[in-house]
Design a protein around this ligand. Structure first.
Ligand code: DMJ
Length: 565
């Protein structure tokens, strides 16, 4: 009731309107129609709709502009990073260039020395170009070439990186053209005459080609390296995976020398790791790496407690045969490569076993060190069974350099000890040179109580090992004495070995009688290490490059995890 009384009290109430429309349906219908029409107008009026869409579009546009701005910023950032990388690259090249022309080297004496070594390289190379182009080695006295390695242009390939490093660009280009157009590994030689040792081909030819590729970026070198590596691969097809040392490049028949009793030689069989790993990294084909890493795994299975392996290994069983232990001929580069593969592999866990094996071998090396009387020269003995022999090859003079390079991986105390042993041994090696009338070292030395050292085999064939070690010691100690020692040895080569048509070895370091061969390693190693000895340490930094056993620098690249597996 209250509701009725309250509504009836309003002047115009909804109730009275309702009653009015119920009684008069026409006006009612009119009102309903107007309402519908109004709503329709609002919803469907194109103008109203367009405005709403415009508002929405403008919002979207605003959002889009914001997104575009963000994209632009990202792009700019990317461009900036790219640009920054390029600047960094140019800067580092410029630095290398500045260093290479000696502008950073304030020491005029060493600029002068470096130029004289470059002149020696030019003389050696020009003689080779003139009399032995495309052949393995030059015989300077008779002015002809000789195919000591089956006609693979060993000197030419061994020289590529030295020419490049010294900035002998025209010579490098001519050599490059020969590689591109004339280097042919498909040699159908008679196996008995033209078999080729793996380690020589590998370190000189494959190492030389990869190094030339790393320095110049020219794909032709990589292509050729791959070609010869493929031809060498069948040598690893033995029951143990330890390779044969000889192979015919045309038909792939592999075997060992008769004089080793069918055994593989340690240095030849286990010094292909650097080159084959580098080749795999650059081609993304890991078959090369697998073959050579398997060799080290196999040797590690029966690795002795002193880490010293005899020079002969049976390729069928993988077991060492009774033979000499030496850091000289036939043993040397096995130990060198244990350390350098660890460095090439960025010292990662993947390559930890190489370093462990190397450290074990260095304990063994220390057990072979003796000192002379009266002058206390340190030297590394050879050993057969339990018997030591007081003999050391000049070839073993690579060891001081290796010890200096490897000392970095030890803790402070051990590092100093190894560096100091390296310095002692380098002094001995330098005296191999200083103690002869020509001031050039003989091939090997014997040590007797009270007499210090006497020359064993009297020849000198332009070998690099002592200079190699002086180079490493100069880099790691900064002691300029090592540069002076290197300079003295260079002077002795200039005096005794330089002739009008190249450089020759000596039959006898006492008389100075000359032989008739310019070894390819004289251009690849001896002159290169001398050049680097007189260059600033930042040139071909040892943080970025690792030198193979033939002094071919290989760029250290990131090792991908489990590359070898
Ligand atoms: C080079 O061919 C290599 O250094 C090899 O490992 C042994 N030494 C000769 C040069 O003397």
């Amino acid at each position: 009731m209250g509701r009725i009384s309250s509504s009836s009290s309003l002047p115009f109430s909804w109730w009275s309107a309702w009653r009015y429309y119920l009684k008069s349906p026409k006006p009612f219908a009119l009102v309903i129609l107007s309402f519908l029409n109004f709503t329709f107008l609002i919803v469907c009026d194109p103008q109203i709709l367009a405005t709403a869409q415009q508002v929405e579009a403008s919002k979207l546009y605003e959002h889009l502009t914001h997104l575009q701005n963000e994209v632009e910023t990202l792009k700019l950032h990317e461009q900036l990073t790219h640009f920054q990388n390029e600047v960094e690259d140019v800067r580092s090249h410029a630095k290398d260039w500045v260093v290479s022309v000696g502008m950073e080297d304030d020491d005029n004496v060493n600029v002068q020395r470096r130029n004289e070594v470059k002149d020696a390289m030019l003389h050696a190379w020009t003689s080779y170009e003139r009399f032995a182009w495309g052949q393995d080695e030059l015989q300077p006295q008779t002015r002809n070439g000789m195919n000591t390695f089956g006609g693979l242009g060993a000197t030419l390939i061994d020289s590529l990186d030295t020419l490049y490093i010294m900035g002998l660009d025209e010579q490098f280009q001519r050599a490059r053209e020969w590689v591109a157009n004339s280097l042919n590994f498909n040699k159908d030689y008679e196996a008995s005459v033209f078999e080729t040792t793996i380690s020589s081909v590998d370190s000189r030819v494959i190492g030389g080609l990869i190094s030339a590729y790393d320095l110049s970026g020219d794909e032709i070198f990589l292509e050729k390296a791959r070609d010869i590596a493929d031809r060498l691969l069948p040598a690893w097809d033995t029951p143990s995976g330890i390779p044969y040392n000889l192979i015919n490049l045309a038909n792939g028949n592999a075997h060992n020398h008769m004089w080793t009793g069918g055994n593989s030689i340690l240095a030849d069989a286990a010094s292909e790791q650097l080159e084959f790993i580098a080749l795999s990294q650059r081609t993304n084909d890991f078959k090369y790496q697998q073959k050579v890493e398997n060799v080290i795994m196999e040797l590690n299975r029966t690795f002795p407690a002193d880490g010293l392996l005899p020079i002969y290994i049976n390729p069928h069983t993988g077991i060492s045969s009774y033979s000499r232990v030496t850091f000289g001929a036939m043993g040397d580069s096995f130990y060198e490569y244990l350390l350098k593969v660890w460095i090439l592999g960025n010292k990662t866990d993947d390559v930890k076993h190489y370093r462990e094996m190397w450290e074990t071998s260095m304990k063994g090396l220390q057990s072979l060190v003796r000192r002379t009387t009266p002058s206390s020269f340190a030297y590394i003995c050879e050993k057969t069974g339990n018997a030591l022999s007081n003999k050391m090859d000049e070839l073993a003079c690579f060891a001081p350099g290796m010890l200096a390079l490897g000392s970095l991986g030890y803790g402070n105390g051990e590092a100093k000890k190894f560096l100091s042993l390296a310095e002692e041994l380098a002094w001995t090696c330098y005296n191999f040179y200083q103690s002869t009338p020509t001031k050039l070292a003989g091939e090997n030395y014997f040590f007797h109580d009270g007499q210090d050292m006497t020359v064993g085999t009297s020849w000198n064939i332009l070998r690099p090992e002592t200079i190699e070690s002086l180079f490493y010691l100069w880099r790691f100690t900064g002691n300029k004495t090592y540069r002076d020692w290197g300079w003295n040895i260079f002077q002795a080569f200039e005096k005794n070995s330089r002739i009008e048509t190249g450089y020759v070895g000596l039959y006898d370091v006492s008389t100075g009688d000359r032989d008739n061969l310019m070894q390819s390693f004289f251009l690849a190693e001896t002159l290169k290490y001398l050049y680097l000895l007189f260059s600033p340490p930042s040139f071909l930094s040892l943080d970025k490059w690792v030198f193979n056993t033939e002094a071919h620098p290989l760029r250290i690249v990131t090792r991908q995890l489990n590359e070898g597996s």
